[in-house]
Design a protein around this ligand. Structure first.
Ligand code: ATP
Length: 355
């Protein structure tokens, strides 16, 4: 298939000890990351952690204070942006307002002196690829946000770039369009087999679209792993809390166990020194049952569809989120007394916050 053919020629990308300072601000603090050929990699992290700076460095719009950027093993750190072969799509649609959709897509080809007939047919092909075959003559203001972003995508692909860089391309779109376009970007990327970096601060988006997710924090890489691994085996407490909604419950580590909510649960790995810790647990792992004598109370509930997310307030004020099947949720009304328990092996232990 064309997919394998393309994949064989897809580029690798590598960031080596990338550092970028803006005055006193350290945007990147020694970023190391290798992207595989044909991979769809999401850069995920809170605002200001350096995602955009890393992407701009790969595009050549930004230069490192130190460190290197390699594409296919070649050091491109000092190669100017126009010779980097990167196609980029931004959050704002950034189309040329005075050009039709077709001419927007053909623009780069015109700059490269591709003949008129050829660039028009190539631009038309790309518009078809993004599902806008019949919108070529429209101007940006005559297109919806989602359609404009499709045009931007087609334009980014027109020069057959070695890497595709997407900087929060879905953030400005409404929820429904966002989901459709997300699926479509993924399908297109698979078809073309093009190595892709996708910046987002939305964990759900990152987990659903990427082959691997690189979680960044304060200019560094926390963990880079496949979505299931990141979710199931977060390497740090930061990843655990950022990816997924975890509750923090005070506990006490002692020997090979942690004492939490009146239970004693085994802890994997070395036996650490006894101390107060926080126990992190995901809502789907927490068990809640109605108990009139329970000191914990239901403080809020929200309907998620198949499940109800119940916010439980413990006697000491700690809040614990639990997802219960919708049919059980009915018995857990606001203010109801409950008992909370945790299954073995569903918890992570983190240092007590603030200590
Ligand atoms: P966001 O999701 O908010 O876009 P980000 O993770 O993409 O955040 P960056 O845009 O890479 O973060 O910024 C990283 C840090 O570097 C921030 O503290 C930012 O203020 C700073 N920074 C980025 N570009 C510049 C610049 N041109 N001049 C000064 N500071 C900058």
């Amino acid at each position: 298939t064309t997919q394998t053919a393309d994949r064989a020629t897809a580029a690798t990308v590598e960031f080596r000890s990338l550092r970028r300072e803006f005055g006193a601000t350290v945007a990147l603090d020694g970023l190391d990351l290798a992207v595989r050929p044909g991979e769809f990699l999401a850069l995920l992290g809170p605002s200001g952690c350096g995602k955009t700076t890393a992407l701009r460095m790969l595009a050549g719009f930004e230069h490192p204070t130190s460190g290197e950027v390699l594409v296919d093993g070649e050091d491109v750190t000092r190669v100017p942006a126009h010779r980097r072969d990167a196609g980029m799509v931004f959050q704002s649609y950034s189309l040329f307002p005075h050009l039709s959709a077709l001419d927007n897509v053909a623009f780069g080809l015109r700059m490269r002196k591709v003949r008129t007939a050829e660039r028009r047919s190539r631009a038309a092909e790309l518009l078809e690829l993004v599902g806008l075959a019949d919108k070529g003559e429209r101007y940006p203001h005559e297109l919806s946000g989602g359609q404009q972003q499709r045009v931007a995508l087609a334009r980014a692909l027109a020069l057959r770039p070695r890497v595709l860089l997407l900087d929060e391309p879905l953030s400005a779109l409404d929820a429904k369009v966002r989901l459709t376009l997300r699926e479509e970007i993924r399908r297109l990327q698979r078809e073309l087999g093009i190595t892709t970096l996708f910046v987002t601060h939305d964990q759900e988006e990152a987990l659903s679209i990427a082959d691997r997710v690189a979680v960044m924090r304060a200019g560094r890489l926390e963990q880079c792993a496949a979505p299931a691994e990141l979710y199931g085996r977060p390497a740090t407490a930061f990843v655990a809390e950022f990816v997924g909604t975890m509750s923090r419950i005070p506990g006490r580590l002692d020997g090979g166990t942690v004492e939490v909510l009146g239970q004693r649960l085994p802890v994997d790995g070395d036996v650490p020194a006894a101390r107060d810790v926080d126990v992190l647990v995901r809502p789907e792992a927490v068990l809640v049952r109605a108990d009139e004598d329970g000191t914990a109370r239901v403080a809020a509930t929200s309907f998620l569809g198949a499940a109800v997310r119940v916010m439980v307030r413990l006697g000491d004020g700690t809040e614990v989120k639990a997802d219960v099947p919708a049919h059980e949720g009915a018995a857990l009304g606001l203010g109801a007394g409950v008992r909370v328990s945790l299954p073995e092996r569903a918890v992570l232990v983190a240092e007590r916050r603030g200590e």
